[in-house]
Design a protein around this ligand. Structure first.
Ligand SMILES: NC(=O)c1ccc[n+]([C@@H]2O[C@H](COP(=O)([O-])OP(=O)(O)OC[C@H]3O[C@@H](n4cnc5c(N)ncnc54)[C@H](O)[C@@H]3O)[C@@H](O)[C@H]2O)c1
Length: 253
């Protein structure tokens, strides 16, 4: 199977840690040039250093996906060096604080929607005109199994990820005859800072999540990155508008 990204430019949002960093590193190992953005400066610098250590060409910029202008700058900075990206991973996301729906402050709910849903929408807006002009491109949005099923205490997150899947399906149909594919990646529980933050307030949660999974473990960021690479590669050339669960069988139960 040929998963080469040689001569491809790949852009990743939320690339400073976890799944985004793993996707960027996997894309770099596959031969891509990288454009990486995040709000977390130290983590982003570490990702850049890891990429360069592996011999990848990389451009980075601090980029908050809740600001269209910062996304536009990231795309423009990357395009000036490498050309408009061939592959875009709309990956940045936040969990929000676990809380009963009726106790969730409107501003907290809106913030999760603004980063997870609107952030993906803004990333699509920055990515698509150049892809439509060129007649090719691939977008992969990191949704979640929380985009497919509910989770108590996480209504804003679940709502945002369900909406990301709606955005992906509609956009995929919009551009299916323009040489552009758009898909959603739906990770299960992944061992990243996001899960650490959730588990910090709930002793025993990490172990409970492992027991609940058919494979009796959490995903590693690399488990997700491997699927993300396939989903953007030529090997998935007839896959669009799809939600790919990478969850150890969690939602098959
Ligand atoms: N960890 C899991 O169990 C899990 C499961 C399913 C889906 N996801 C999704 O995977 C994606 C990556 O999460 P992760 O698990 O790697 O967590 P993470 O916290 O390690 O990484 C998230 C990254 O997004 C960045 N970020 C946050 N807000 C941002 C903003 N406004 N603009 C730009 N960057 C921002 C963070 O700084 C961080 O580097 C998210 O969309 C998340 O919802 C995670």
């Amino acid at each position: 199977m040929n998963l080469s990204f040689d001569n491809r430019t790949v852009l990743v949002t939320g690339a400073a840690s976890g799944i985004g960093r793993a996707i960027a590193l996997a894309a770099g190992r596959s031969g891509a040039r990288l454009i990486v953005g995040d709000v977390a400066a130290a983590g982003l610098a570490e990702t850049v250093s890891l990429l360069e250590g592996n011999g990848a060409a990389v451009i980075s910029a601090i980029c908050d996906v809740s600001k269209q202008t910062e996304l536009d700058v990231l795309f423009a900075k990357g395009a000036a060096m490498f050309g408009h990206p061939d592959i875009v991973y709309a990956n940045a996301g936040i969990l929000g604080s676990p809380v009963d729906v009726w106790d969730c402050a409107e501003a907290d709910f809106a913030r999760v929607i603004d980063v997870n849903l609107m952030g993906a929408f803004r990333t699509f807006k920055a990515a698509l005109p150049g892809m439509v002009n060129r007649g090719s491109g691939v977008i992969v949005a990191t949704a979640s199994v929380a985009g497919l099923i509910g989770a108590p205490g996480l209504a804003a997150y679940v709502a945002s990820k369900h909406a990301v899947i709606g955005l992906v399906k509609s956009t995929a149909l919009n551009v299916a005859d323009k040489g552009i594919r758009v898909n959603a990646l739906c990770p299960g529980m992944v061992d990243t800072a996001m899960l650490d933050a959730l588990a910090a307030g709930q002793p025993g949660l990490r172990e409970a999540l492992m027991v609940m999974n058919p494979m009796k473990r959490l995903a590693t960021p690399d488990d997700i990155a491997n699927a993300a690479i396939w989903l953007a590669s030529d090997q998935s050339s007839f896959v669009t508008g799809h939600c790919l669960a990478v969850d150890g069988g969690f939602i098959a139960q």
